[in-house]
Design a protein around this ligand. Sequence first.
Ligand code: 13P
Ligand code: SF4
Length: 303
Amino acid sequence: MDHKNELVERILALKAERDAIILAHNYQIPEIQDLADITGDSLQLARQASSIDRAVIVFCGVDFMAESAALLNPDKTVLIPSLQACCPMAAMATAEQVRDKRREYPRAAVCSYVNTSAAVKAVSDICCTSSNGVAVVRSLSEQQVLFVPDKNLGHYVSTQTDQEVILWPGYCYVHERLSLAEVKAARREYPQAVLMVHPECRPEVVAEAEVVLSTAGMLRYAAESDADSFIVGTEAGLLHPLRRENPDKHFYLAAPHMICGAMKQVTLDNLLAALQHNQHVVTVPKDVAVAARRALERMLEVT
Ligand code: 13P
Ligand code: SF4
């Protein structure tokens, strides 16, 4: 047995022994996606995490996702295999900054993208993901919405609602870096391909695309579409399930640099170590957990 297969066997055996479940985001490396019990986008994973009946959840993704799983499962052990798996966008808003902004806009509802810390969720009225941002904002009765922290997703939401959306200056470096020139170059190279982009991309890139979708939305769209080739404007990890689920279709990454360093921190080695040594346990301070859970649960009730 080669090293990789041996690792997979040991992970699966320990998973059963520890009554664990493995959740993986669509940007994880192929080996992790292939052995996970559940893969998905942020919304699917949060939803799944709210109804898990195992003792241990191993979250193969980034910090804020594992934290959300811990919030939704206060009685379970939630593990993240790498402490380096930290989303830089989630660090672009602190609870103190959001509280200050709330004072500036007292009539605004605060909608925080799930890519935030539990402390930021705790000072928000509701959370959203890339797949339900529009529905969540539309569900609010307030005419003014402070959208934290992704300015690009916030801008996209603002084009789909009548409410005034106040933007925060945060962004995802992976998607922000994708330029209109790169997208146009990809179009020239693959003129028949449908351009699908993630709403974390810049407004001018979003405006150029045929479809704007979360990662799970892209998987659904590609499977249902009559088109047979697609330019993919999101993180490279999504190419794996796109190609696996649509072996006769062609998928081209919009630009070669679209790789999230945080998402690639989880490996078979540290996943095995997580199960062996019960590391790294994700906990949320009690003083923020109740309010943060409320914002997440309110989102889950909307969609
Ligand atoms: P989704 O999978 O929810 O579209 O999220 C993308 C992302 O960047 C998560 O960090
Ligand atoms: Fe954060 Fe962007 Fe990586 Fe998602 S792709 S985890 S938003 S840095």
